[in-house]
Design a protein around this ligand. Structure first.
Ligand SMILES: [Zn+2]
Length: 274
């Protein structure tokens, strides 16, 4: 898989998709991850067939961009056949709690990515109507993309109130930057592909992968990392405060960034630890 955009830092192909989209590209759906994850961690998660979820792009907490499916593919992201067959989907790292704030670095990278997607696909305007019926009834012109949100298609907070309230600003900023700009094509190369050895990732905020959190807790307990309360970790398959504490302690001890995010480096050390 070749990155569609020069802005992509990491390419980690996901098996979770329906092949090429059956409708022309006319929408953009921005999501919140519910976890301050890296683009890499999100890619490893979507590389798991069992997760049955994916997105075309992911923006990490640090503004790094991952691509998991070609832009021409239908991702499994917005709980809607109709939407995902028309939309490029982008997951953005966010807090795990309301309003699911995203870092400035991630926000800036999102704007850049949106401008780039529009340019390469011959789009001059990004539109936000803020209303489901109006949006779904609108027929975008060939040089327009219209923004849709996950909460219209499922009982979810996604993209979170923080990003949701910024949708008008995002659309205006992207359209402004597109003004009269030349369309350039990407010559981006694959910068990195997934090493599927590190498939099993436990990630903050992903309560839908309990089996991975369970494995993480077992590993931490086996090597005597305790919870916040100084007691043995409870194997409850939930990325709770005690698990977070143990992960950070493990990272600190091993010279990694103590961010509580289990990425490939942490996982590799953890599975090799005595
Ligand atoms: Zn979503």
């Amino acid at each position: 898989m070749i990155a569609d955009s020069k802005l992509v830092d990491v390419v980690i192909p996901s098996p979770n998709h329906s092949g090429k989209r059956i409708y022309p590209l006319s929408r953009i759906s921005v999501h919140c991850v519910v976890g301050q994850t890296s683009a890499e961690s999100l890619g490893y998660l979507f590389a798991e067939p069992g997760i049955e979820a994916s997105s075309n792009y992911g923006v990490g907490f640090d503004g790094k961009i991952g691509q998991y499916l070609p832009e021409s593919y239908r991702s499994w992201c917005t709980s809607s056949y109709d939407n995902d067959n028309r939309a490029i989907t982008i997951e953005v790292a966010s807090d795990t709690f309301d309003p699911y704030r995203v870092n400035d670095a991630a926000y800036k990278a999102l704007i850049k990515l949106l401008v780039d997607i529009c340019r390469r696909n011959g789009k001059k305007k990004l539109l936000w109507f803020g209303d489901k019926t109006k949006t779904l009834n609108y027929k975008p012109k060939s040089d327009e993309l219209v923004m849709t949100v996950h909460r219209w298609f499922a009982t979810k907070a996604c993209p979170g109130d923080y990003l949701y309230s910024l949708h008008g600003t995002i659309a205006a900023e992207v359209t402004k930057q597109l003004g009269g700009a030349a369309v350039s094509t990407s010559t981006a190369k694959v910068t990195k592909t997934a090493d599927l050895k590190f498939n099993y990732l436990a990630m903050k905020g992903y309560v839908n992968v309990p089996s991975q959190v369970k494995m993480l807790q077992r590993l931490l307990r086996d090597i005597q990392y305790k919870g916040k309360d100084g007691k043995e970790l409870t194997i409850n398959s939930k990325f709770d405060a005690d698990t977070d504490y143990a992960v950070r302690a493990f990272q600190k001890k091993n010279g990694l960034t103590a961010d509580g995010i289990v990425g490939p480096a942490t996982w590799k050390l953890l599975t090799g630890a005595k």
